[in-house]
Design a protein around this ligand. Structure first.
Ligand SMILES: Nc1nc2c(c(=O)[nH]1)N[C@H]1C(S)=C(S)[C@@H](COP(=O)(O)OP(=O)(O)OC[C@H]3O[C@@H](n4cnc5c(=O)[nH]c(N)nc54)[C@H](O)[C@@H]3O)O[C@H]1N2
Ligand SMILES: Nc1nc2c(c(=O)[nH]1)N[C@H]1C(S)=C(S)[C@@H](COP(=O)(O)OP(=O)(O)OC[C@H]3O[C@@H](n4cnc5c(=O)[nH]c(N)nc54)[C@H](O)[C@@H]3O)O[C@H]1N2
Ligand code: SF4
Ligand SMILES: [Mo]
Length: 702
């Protein structure tokens, strides 16, 4: 049989690399980077093989499953959807809309049709118990954007290809391939920045690959970035380096707020010398262009929301917001931020609160950290039914063990996913969609976060295999079904109207309304990534930028209290790390991505290891307020003293899962020791900087 080449976008992470797949009949033989892709120029990471291997994975579900006693049985689609709708609809009718929760996992943002259909399902369920990965990920950025720009979807992107100075806080794009910054081939871009005389400074408790590439690495104490940023801002004001343009509101309030944070005062807490902080502020301000960018390490920590706001302030006050080489805004072909504003969905905060602990909503969703208690605590509004879509919260939510137990108590769990994993093993019904190659693709959300404006539509490589259904259809069938069963005719009619059309038609409409007035057909004819040019300055238009929003100013007092904290005797701070061949929890069933030595290790500084009698290759017991785990030790001076690191997404091999390969490379789950009570101002979990004690464990885990 002849081998045909098929070109498309890799949908796995935010980098959106162009790939070439070698296809022989129904079999995909291989995958490689597409050298002709104008955006990624041949770059791919090792995970691209998952496009082939997940497609052919025998453990990937092709038919719906229904719980039968301790096991599952295959059922037809009509039966599965009918039963799911009936059971969820009955719960909502008897106990109110809030009695059914919804959790949207990470892949719901990696395809346009699943994104649109998930939103519609959320509308049909009309529950306050709406959760997503946002509150363990990027929510602090949206929170800051909402307060500063009045629109949670207006997220600034670092203009990495043109900047003269990039200050990176808590992100390792050389390994993560960039986030809220789609920039395939980050290494090439950062090397180009340095080659043109620019500077790269990385602030991270660990000497990461990105830090190794940088001109300067500042090994900060976890959770103290807000202090560093406040001191940088104070230095700007003090030195007359702050540019107060007419669009900036609240400059005086901000000036007052940063007063207590002289570099000398934050030196001990942050572990960064006052002289270094002053020099960094001056260099940043003096650079022809500069941008401060931060991700997980700076947003999923106790002052995450504050950090995201302070980064906006730093960019704005040095004249680097919305201008070339600074923090810029995209002009996507389908402009959701604009649409959100027109539809009055630019954001909200604190309109309602969670039932048990009173945590405020943001943008209509509650912190994932409250889901377990909302299932456990009886009373009106208790979560009795749950739908999970493309997520594995047992491994990804803080105190995942607690959630694991809570899921077992639900009256009904419906999972839209194609693996029986640590979460879906609790399901009453699993509704498996087809995988990426059997559906079309457009990066509706990620195109708003690219370092250049690009657009690409990819038709499916294969027709859905027999009996296979797309997320779009499953989610909308569920939306219509539940709405009908709970007797909500308006919601049912809405979802049915959407179901009557195709995602492609909705996308076409969005593209026609967008700034380039294009169509799906035109993009399809193009057949490759369309370059729509560099990011344009002036996208904020006449919009005012609020530099001193109330919830942020209130938070500054809490940060000041952190100045006085001293680490308790023997306590270490636990942080996370991403690794090149993982993608959160779900690619560990790909043999090519898990072979080699165990990489779910606890990285410990030699001095901390010495004090505790820990040896490289030995085992350590990690204890926190919420739990205990035992992990293999990796002694390394790449990590700051007083800090330990463990990757997330591991902890497989639990009874009832059907992940043969992953089960043999189980690892431990870091979220067994993270804390569901630690939230920042936006309701996001502090997954980094968790206080733990670490001791040698007698039984070797090798
Ligand atoms: N290979 C791979 N790529 C991925 C993923 C994956 O699992 N694997 N996941 C994808 C997803 S969902 C996302 S959201 C992105 C995330 O993308 P990134 O944020 O770039 O990824 P991380 O490796 O988590 O980087 C966080 C960094 O913050 C540091 N850090 C921890 N605590 C602190 C702190 O208090 N202060 C500072 N300054 N730094 C701190 C950590 O040491 C780490 O290097 O990656 C995406 N890409
Ligand atoms: N301690 C700690 N915890 C973390 C993080 C951390 O850095 N440290 N990172 C957080 C971040 S940034 C994120 S994004 C979350 C991720 O949290 P989750 O989204 O809950 O977890 P994933 O492992 O990404 O699970 C994705 C699921 O979607 C399924 N899936 C894949 N593609 C599709 C599809 O097309 N359709 C459907 N229906 N299902 C699909 C997979 O089988 C898998 O079960 O984890 C968070 N948790
Ligand atoms: S970096 Fe890897 S996973 Fe991400 S889009 Fe590119 S090939 Fe896919
Ligand atoms: Mo994420």
């Amino acid at each position: 049989m002849t081998v045909a080449e098929h070109r498309r976008t890799c949908p796995l992470c935010e980098a959106m690399c162009g790939v070439v797949l070698d296809v022989e009949g129904e079999t995909v033989r291989g995958v490689r980077g597409d050298p002709d892709d104008v955006f990624s120029r041949g770059y791919v990471c090792p995970k691209a093989v998952a496009l082939v291997d997940v497609h052919h994975d025998p453990d990937r579900l092709r038919r719906p499953l229904r719980r039968r006693g301790g096991d599952f049985e295959e059922v037809g689609w009509e039966e599965a959807l009918g039963e799911a709708s009936a059971r969820l609809g009955a719960i909502q009718r008897a106990h109110g809309d809030d009695a059914v929760g919804l959790y949207l996992g990470n892949p719901t943002t990696h395809g346009y049709s699943i994104a649109l259909a998930s939103l519609e399902l959320a509308k049909a369920l009309a529950t306050r118990n709406l959760f997503s990965t946002a509150s363990v990920d990027h929510l602090p950025h949206m929170f800051a954007a909402y307060h500063a720009f009045g629109n949670k979807a207006l997220l600034p992107v670092p203009d990495v290809d043109r900047t003269d100075f990039m200050l990176v806080l808590g992100s390792n794009p050389l390994v993560s391939n960039g986030s809220l910054m789609s920039a395939p081939g980050v290494r090439r871009r950062l090397e180009a920045l340095r080659a043109r005389g620019g500077r790269l400074v990385v602030v991270d408790p660990r000497r990461t690959r990105t830090a190794e590439l940088a001109d300067e690495h500042l090994a900060i104490r976890p959770g103290t970035d807000a202090l560093l940023l406040l001191a940088l801002l104070r230095t700007l004001f003090e030195g007359g380096l702050a540019v107060a343009s007419g669009r900036l509101e609240g400059v005086e309030e901000l000036r007052r707020a940063v007063q207590p944070f002289a570099p000398e005062r934050v030196e001990a807490a942050t572990g960064i010398a006052a002289g270094t902080i002053r020099r960094l502020a001056r260099d940043f301000a003096a650079s022809p262009s500069a941008v401060c960018y931060g991700r997980l390490g700076v947003c999923t920590q106790r002052f995450g929301g504050l950090c995201c706001w302070l980064m906006i302030a730093l960019n704005a006050l040095t004249g680097n917001l919305d201008r070339v080489g600074g923090a810029m805004f995209t002009t996507p072909a389908a402009d959701l931020a604009r649409l959100a504003r027109l539809l009055g969905e630019a954001g909200s905060f604190g309109r309602f609160s969670s039932r048990v602990r009173g945590a405020p909503e943001f943008g209509g969703e509650l912190p994932l950290a409250v889901l377990a208690e909302e299932i456990e605590a009886p009373g009106h509004g208790q979560v009795r039914g749950l739908v999970t879509v493309a997520g594995n919260p047992v491994l990804s939510a803080p105190n995942g063990k607690r959630l694991d137990a809570a899921l077992g108590r639900l009256e009904c769990l419906v999972a839209v996913d194609f693996y029986v994993n640590e979460t879906t093993r609790h399901a009453d019904l699993i509704l498996p969609p087809v995988f990426a190659l059997e559906r079309d693709h457009y990066d509706l959300l990620l195109n708003a976060l690219t370092v250049r404006n690009v657009a690409r539509y990819c038709p499916p490589l294969f027709e859905p295999s027999e009996g296979g259904r797309e997320d779009w259809r499953i989610l909308l069938d569920l939306a219509v079904g539940v709405a009908r069963r709970k007797r909500a005719p308006v919601a049912a009619a809405r979802a049915a109207a959407l179901r009557a059309t195709t995602p492609r038609r909705v996308l076409d409409l969005l593209l026609r309304l967008g700034p380039y007035r294009t169509t799906v057909r035109r993009l399809e004819r193009e057949g490759r990534t369309l370059d729509l040019g560099p990011l344009r300055p002036g996208r904020l238009g006449r919009r005012r930028v609020r530099l001193a929003p109330e919830p942020m100013l209130a938070g500054v007092a809490q940060v000041e209290a952190a100045l006085e904290e001293a680490p308790r005797d023997g306590e270490l701070l636990l942080i996370g790390r991403r690794q090149l061949r993982d993608h959160n929890s779900w690619l560990h069933n790909v043999p090519r991505l898990v072979r080699g030595r165990d990489r779910c290790t606890l990285v410990v500084h030699p001095a901390d290891a010495g004090r505790r009698g820990l040896e490289d290759g030995g085992a350590a017991r990690v204890r926190s307020r919420t739990g205990t785990l035992v992990a293999p030790v990796e002694v390394s001076d790449a990590i700051r003293e007083g800090v330990v690191s463990l990757p997330h997404g591991w902890g497989h091999g639990r009874p009832g899962t059907r992940l043969g390969v992953a089960g043999a490379h189980a690892g431990v789950c870091v979220n067994d020791v993270t804390d569901d009570t630690l939230l920042d101002v936006s309701g996001t979990s502090a997954l980094n900087g968790v206080a733990v004690t670490v001791e040698a464990h007698a039984n070797d885990t090798r």
